[in-house]
Design a protein around this ligand. Structure first.
Ligand code: MG
Length: 381
């Protein structure tokens, strides 16, 4: 019986992870966490009977504790509670499905406790990639990507040796605005940005997809996961080819599937086994697939190049990119800035940052706070 903890079980990846577990024998859920959604968490507790749950919002944690009086599930609150849930339940694997930098400390704590990670929280690697990977290597902890592109690359890399890889090719759907021009982009609303054409995802990642920052964060995530700077991005509207690896001999190995996150989640949970997944739709080869590939428009979608810049600078530059993006997306969702402002603001914050190379965890956390403040100043200017 494999024991699993899920950080962020009420979000998009969290609920899809539970659906995979529902359809996979011999997995026991030992811990679940949420930010605020205690009603959904309560349903999950009734179905999966975890030993412990944690709620980031302390008042809601209290409320849930009262409701669960007499139950065998223990309730913890706040960041300490989330960290406890990540590391103290005897889990064999933690699925980090929270959104944003809040995933960093619980992930580090799980790694320190030698628990394998199914990584769905890309911001953790973007903000502190060097530290997290070094720590995982030191503790002999496996980080198995759940992001569909990185799961694809992880699978494709099995076709050759590390020194035979010439480059990684990340596919991008291009998001809901891929066919718009500048005038149209200036007018898009939050509602438009939340409508992703192919994937069923949470709000933050949907906005990130619409700016191409999601792909930028994924380029940095790939750098740390696979230890290379040779990463290309190609627009592939159909989201059937999840990503590819080009080898020295010019062969390209791709991984394909329907755009359904449960496939990548199942791969991470069952690795290195591949169970029969009747619940996930298969590609129907009798229908015309018309797979298309194109280059990204970095003039209209500058966030991708900002991410490449941050990756090349390394040190704390990706930390700043990520924090500024989190704040800019939040401001956009609150209608305080326009869609096209997102890239400009991140650009300005990156410009103001004096990069720290080989930062400590404290320096990363300080830089993260600095970038958030700086981003808010940019909007007030
Ligand atoms: Mg992805």
């Amino acid at each position: 019986m494999k024991k699993i903890a899920i950080l962020g079980s009420t979000g998009s990846i969290g609920t899809q992870s539970l659906d995979v577990i529902r359809n996979t024998p011999n997995i026991k859920v030992v811990a679940l966490t949420t930010n605020t959604q205690i009603e959904l968490l309560e349903q999950q507790i009734n179905e999966f009977k975890p030993d412990i749950v944690a709620v980031m919002n302390k008042q809601k944690a209290k409320l849930l504790e009262q409701k669960l009086r007499g139950s065998t599930t223990k309730v913890y609150g706040g960041m300490d509670g989330i960290i406890y849930a990540a590391a103290n339940t005897g889990a064999d694997m933690v699925i980090t499905a929270v959104v944003g930098t809040v995933g960093l400390l619980p992930t580090i704590e799980a790694i320190n406790n030698k628990i394998d990670i199914a990584l769905a929280n890309k911001e953790t690697l973007v903000t502190a990639g060097e530290i997290v990977i070094e720590l995982a290597n030191k503790n002999n902890v496996q980080i198995i990507p759940v992001d569909s592109e990185h799961s694809a690359i992880f699978q494709c890399l099995k076709a050759g040796k590390k020194n035979e890889v010439s480059k990684l090719i990340l596919t991008a759907s291009g998001g809901p605005f891929r066919d718009l021009d500048k005038t149209a982009l200036e007018k898009v609303t939050v509602k438009d940005a939340l409508k992703h054409p192919n994937w069923n995802m949470g709000a933050k990642i949907s906005i990130d997809s619409s700016t191409l920052m999601n792909k930028g964060l994924e380029v940095i995530e790939a750098k740390y996961l696979f230890d290379t700077n040779n990463i290309d991005v190609v627009i592939h509207k159909e989201s059937i080819v999840h990503s590819m690896v080009e080898f020295n001999d010019t062969s390209v190995i791709a991984q394909l599937g329907m755009p359904d996150m449960r496939a990548a989640i199942s791969y991470a949970l069952n690795y290195p086994m591949r169970p029969k997944n009747e619940f996930i739709p298969k590609i129907d080869w009798t229908k015309k697939l018309n797979l298309t590939f194109d280059k990204p428009n970095t003039e209209l979608f500058p966030c991708l190049n900002l991410a490449y810049y941050a990756m090349q600078q390394a040190g704390t530059m990706p930390t700043v990119l990520n924090a500024a993006n989190e704040v800019a997306v939040d401001l956009f969702m609150k209608n305080k800035i326009k869609f096209m402002d997102i890239g400009h603001i991140i650009h300005n914050v990156l410009d103001r940052h004096i990069c720290i190379f080989k930062p400590s965890l404290e320096e990363i956390l300080e830089t993260d706070m600095w970038a958030r403040k700086c981003c808010e100043e940019e909007v007030m200017l």
